[in-house]
Design a protein around this ligand. Structure first.
Ligand SMILES: [Zn+2]
Length: 131
């Protein structure tokens, strides 16, 4: 149960919101927004091999993607561009979020705690590494 709390240093200001350093929304705002979004989604359907988890907040990748979507949504609400939000943002994330291999793919009607979360390993490059 790790809800990411907003830190002022993680650069989450919505687009065009005056450059305030404070995060313009709270974790509760995000929860409310995701609940509202989930309530209207008819295109996500298990029979179409799409997956959802009612504990979406238990999936760090999903939380990060929803935060990104929420920030774009705030901008689209303020400045217009909801069609672009759906097509260029929601649809693009949805292909990952709700896929069998996506964050919710192992969850059924209830959240399934991963016994071994698949984490991509990384190693430090050599000291003289460059591009
Ligand atoms: Zn889950």
């Amino acid at each position: 149960m790790t809800v990411t709390t907003g830190n002022a240093t993680d650069g989450t200001e919505p687009n065009g919101q005056g450059g305030a350093e404070d995060v313009a929304y709270t974790p509760e705002d995000l929860v409310d927004w995701v609940e509202s979004l989930a309530a209207i989604l008819e295109s996500v359907d298990r029979s179409q091999n799409q997956y959802w988890c009612s504990q979406w907040w238990n999936h760090p990748e999903a939380v990060d993607r929803f935060r990104a979507l929420y920030e774009q949504w705030l901008g689209a609400q303020a400045e217009g561009g909801m069609s672009s939000w759906w097509i260029d943002h929601f649809d693009r994330h949805a292909t990952i979020l709700f896929a069998k291999r996506g964050p919710f793919g192992e969850c059924g009607t209830t959240h399934t705690e991963k016994t071994a979360r698949r984490i991509l390993g990384t190693e430090q490059p050599p000291m003289n590494w460059s591009w």
